[in-house]
Design a binder for this molecule. Structure first.
Ligand SMILES: Cc1cc2nc3c(=O)[nH]c(=O)nc-3n(C[C@H](O)[C@H](O)[C@H](O)COP(=O)(O)OP(=O)(O)OC[C@H]3O[C@@H](n4cnc5c(N)ncnc54)[C@H](O)[C@@H]3O)c2cc1C
Length: 432
């Protein structure tokens, strides 16, 4: 057995330990009859529901979400690379929820933090003592003029963020494109976004397929970045720029996608010098991202930051709202300077749960989120760089000596392809 294989087995054993660690001692359960309402049953909402159910005795837990499917979104990139089917990312929301929770199968439409009430799309009023806001984010497809999700999979058009099915259609378009080659165009939005490494990953994967199929020599890869960087963490940005040079990608900086002409295969970008068009044979559209409307239209967002996006105004360490102390925000909707990955959710959930339980007990805790964010940056099929960092842009490697940060490694690929999903599932159960 070579060293890397041995290291991975050690890591897998570590992940298994992670999956069982943190199960609460029953004796430590806090007695309360508090009404705790959670908006959103995705990664963050489900994980905190289970954690609170495990740690509280008698709490009245309610979760509000219309979506019956749970989506494991880190799998979308693998689906769009032809390596997994849509079923890999799909399960039933009900399979993950604790037994003692009331699930209202509707969207939250209004949040009134003064009255401490949420109103659902069907008009039901739900009063709370504590509120956890975890509805993820809204993909604003309408902001891209001329773009329609109905066209994805045809004529070189991809949109892997939209759903597992759209990720599979994106693969169909990418597979057909890489057979022949041509111009591949990649973009990212100018807003905050979930998994900011995903646009880069898909650029690398498309390049890799062209190289394997022998069509790269006659093709072009263009990456249109929204500002002067490829990634917000300076040392990672440097590494990404080196890899781009190595793979011969053309970068166009300060380009913001504003329109797609799916028939003529032309993308229009706003730039500091005015609008410009780039023709493509294949593209993957990633739209601007914002807080869901129920949050944006409430009193919860920051008034002086991200005003076009609406992220919830929370303290970056405690995840407690700055103006409404009985409100917490976790996951993609939280207005904190880093995060927006499932890996961040894993570290945010125990902090928010501990802070809430201390508040119920009338005590204090020093549990704090340090901004941990992680992104296995795939650089080709079978290779990735495991990027982990915090609020201060420090690299925070979880496996020092086993996985070196900023190196393209097979073991980091395995983390994405094999180890991430069991760890995510353990997190959903409130155990990781
Ligand atoms: C293509 C892609 C690749 C990714 N790769 C990685 C990766 O490699 N590693 C990683 O760590 N992370 C990755 N992520 C990011 C990760 O999936 C998200 O950060 C994570 O799912 C955030 O969890 P969340 O609970 O905030 O949101 P979600 O998991 O999206 O859940 C939000 C839930 O809220 C519900 N909701 C929405 N609006 C309302 C409303 N008004 N009322 C009630 N409920 C509502 C939704 O139906 C949904 O169930 C990736 C994401 C994508 C799209």
């Amino acid at each position: 057995m070579n060293t890397t294989r041995r290291q991975f087995l050690a890591l897998a054993a570590g992940s298994a330990a992670l999956a069982t660690a943190g199960a609460p001692a029953q004796a430590a359960r806090t007695k309360t009859s508090a009404r705790i309402v959670i908006i959103g049953a995705g990664a963050a909402g489900t994980a905190i529901a289970n954690r609170l159910s495990n740690n509280l005795d008698g709490a009245r837990l309610t979760i509000i979400d219309a979506r019956k499917r749970h989506l494991y979104q880190p799998g979308f990139t693998l689906i769009a690379a032809g390596l997994k089917s849509p079923a890999y990312s799909t399960s039933a929301t009900s399979d993950w929820l604790p037994r003692d929770i009331t699930w209202i199968e509707e969207a939250a439409a209004e949040i009134d933090p003064e009255a401490k009430a949420v109103t659902t799309a069907g008009g039901q009023r739900v009063d709370y003592d504590y509120l956890i806001v975890a509805p993820g984010l809204k993909l604003d497809w309408d902001a891209i003029e001329g773009f329609s999700l109905d066209r994805v999979g045809e004529n070189g058009l991809g949109a892997l963020y939209a759903s597992p099915e759209h990720a599979a259609k994106t693969w169909a378009a990418m597979n057909a494109f890489t057979d022949k080659g041509g111009t591949a165009l990649f973009t990212r939005p100018a807003t905050e976004m979930k998994c900011a490494g995903a646009p880069l990953k898909y650029t690398f994967l498309t390049d890799d397929y062209m190289r394997r199929k022998g069509t790269r020599g006659t093709s072009k890869v263009i990456y249109a970045a929204h500002n002067k960087t490829l990634f917000s963490v300076p040392i990672v940005d440097e590494k990404a720029k080196l890899l781009f040079r190595d793979r011969d990608f053309e970068t166009r900086h300060d380009h913001m996608l504003k329109a797609i002409d799916a028939d003529r295969r032309i993308a229009t970008f706003a730039t500091p010098d005015g609008d410009t068009e780039i023709g493509y044979d294949f593209t993957n559209v990633i739209p601007p991202m914002r807080a869901p409307d129920a949050v944006r239209n409430s009193a919860l967002p920051w008034a002086d930051k991200w005003t076009d996006q609406g992220w919830v105004e929370v303290d970056k360490a405690t995840l407690r709202h700055n103006r409404y102390p009985e409100v917490f925000a976790i996951g993609d909707v939280a207005g904190v300077p880093k995060g927006k990955t499932a890996a961040s959710v894993k570290w945010q959930v125990p902090v928010a749960a501990d802070q809430l339980i201390a508040q119920i007990n009338g005590t204090e805790t020093d549990a704090a989120y340090n901004g941990y964010t992680s992104c296995p940056l795939i650089t080709r099929v079978g290779r990735a760089i495991l990027i982990e960092f915090d609020y201060e842009n420090n690299l925070t490697p979880s496996f020092p000596g086993v996985i070196s940060p900023l190196e393209e490694l097979w073991i980091s690929w395995l983390m994405k392809e094999i180890a991430l999903k069991p760890t995510y599932n353990a997190m959903l159960r409130g155990r990781a």
